[in-house]
Design a protein. Structure first.
Length: 386
């Protein structure tokens, strides 16, 4: 979720501290028009549960694998050009969803999207790291604020009225507008340089915080399950109408966007134990999903589960930033570990759903998070006693 402190954005600087976040907004707005409902599109294309999991695996695993590889390939390349071509890639992906006829074609496009996403985040974060202060990164993460709830609302309404084709067309148009806008705004060249000692820093952070790192990886795996299959659960298991799915998703996105208004105050207070709290929230909600059938109760719990996911991702990002000190390195590792974990969650869930029910899957996710959280809690209590 975005990090937004509204007081910091009343006066926008006319430089990359503002222009790169504009690009972030265009990219996310175009993508979020359909991304939250994308599993429903895959069902329309006759994807099985394991194929849906594979689609998300290919997106996020590609991001994870491509991130360190592209970072090396892009050395001495102009980050501004990479940023621009990322937009064209997202627009091409949207058209690819319209023209693809088979499961294999759609899956290939997921790999393409993963490469485009990695390219965008590597180039945009490099530009910010080279030219601006912490406020530049704050603008960057604030950019999704409007996109987080407005794009799913617009995309959802179009999806209910006209289907996915028009949503993909609008998404491509927005990405092209973003490409043109950024081409005019960012004129300076930013040649990407490499850094040393990254591996040493990562190993030190992971070894000294192994329990916490393990816990937020498990929570990210759970996020992969929900990102891939919760709307499928609503449609297939509960027979929820399309318009009600759109209402549920947009309401949740809007509520979390409101929470982000207070993010700057919350972030300053976030500590390691908040990751444990977040895992308990997601785990408890998952167990409830496995037994509840009332849509109103499920919708309420979905908001709570979303808060847990938001707290997980925010706590994880703050934890990495504080322990690595290097913003660019922290952001790169954040992208890698998040994408890889979500990919694992998606494919494992897709495979398990061939043998178990959706509700049983949610129960497994609940125990997967609650049991390790208890172990971590007891571990810290034991240390304090000693």
């Amino acid at each position: 979720m975005p990090h937004l402190d509204i007081k910091h954005y009343l006066h926008f600087p006319k430089d990359v501290a503002f222009y790169v976040p504009i690009s972030h907004f265009f990219l996310l707005f175009g993508y979020k028009l359909f991304s939250l409902y994308y599993p429903l599109f895959l069902i329309e294309r006759n994807f099985t549960m394991s194929q849906i999991g594979c689609a998300y695996l290919l997106i996020y695993a590609t991001i994870a694998v491509a991130c360190p590889i592209l970072k090396k390939l892009f050395v001495n390349r102009d980050a501004r050009k990479i940023l621009q071509f990322s937009f064209l890639g997202y627009a091409l992906y949207s058209f690819g969803m319209i023209i693809s006829k088979s499961v294999v074609e759609i899956l290939i496009w997921q790999i393409f999207l993963g490469v485009c996403s990695s390219s965008f985040y590597i180039s945009s974060r490099y530009i910010l790291a080279k030219r601006v202060s912490e406020r530049g990164f704050s603008y960057f993460y604030a950019a999704p604020f409007i996109a987080s709830f407005l794009a799913p609302l617009v995309g959802g309404l179009i999806f209910v009225i006209s289907g996915f084709k028009l949503v993909f067309v609008l998404s491509a148009i927005i990405q092209l507008i973003g490409f043109i806008t950024i081409s005019f705004l960012i004129k300076e060249k930013f040649y990407i340089k490499t850094k040393r000692r990254d591996r040493l820093i990562l190993k030190k952070v992971i070894r000294s915080n192994l329990l916490i790192v393990t816990l937020f990886i498990l929570s990210l795996i759970a996020i992969g399950v929900y990102r891939s299959f919760f709307v499928v659960f609503l449609k297939e298991d509960l027979n929820v109408a399309k318009k009600n799915i759109v209402l549920l998703i947009t309401t949740s996105s809007f509520m979390l966007s409101l929470i982000s208004l207070k993010t700057s105050k919350i972030i300053r207070k976030i500590e390691k134990h908040h990751i444990v709290v977040a895992c308990c929230v997601i785990g408890a909600a998952s167990l409830a999903f496995s037994i509840l059938k009332n849509l109103i109760l499920i919708a309420s719990l979905f908001l709570i589960e979303n808060f847990g996911r938001w707290l997980t991702e925010t706590s994880k990002s703050v934890f990495l930033a504080r322990n690595m000190y290097d913003k660019e390195l922290a952001a790169t590792f954040d992208t890698f570990i998040t994408s890889l974990s979500v990919a694992i969650g998606s494919i494992l869930a897709g495979m398990l759903l061939n043998f178990i029910s959706m509700r049983m899957l949610f129960a497994i996710v609940g125990f997967m998070l609650l049991f390790p959280s208890l172990i971590v809690t007891l571990s810290y209590i034991g240390r304090n006693w000693i």
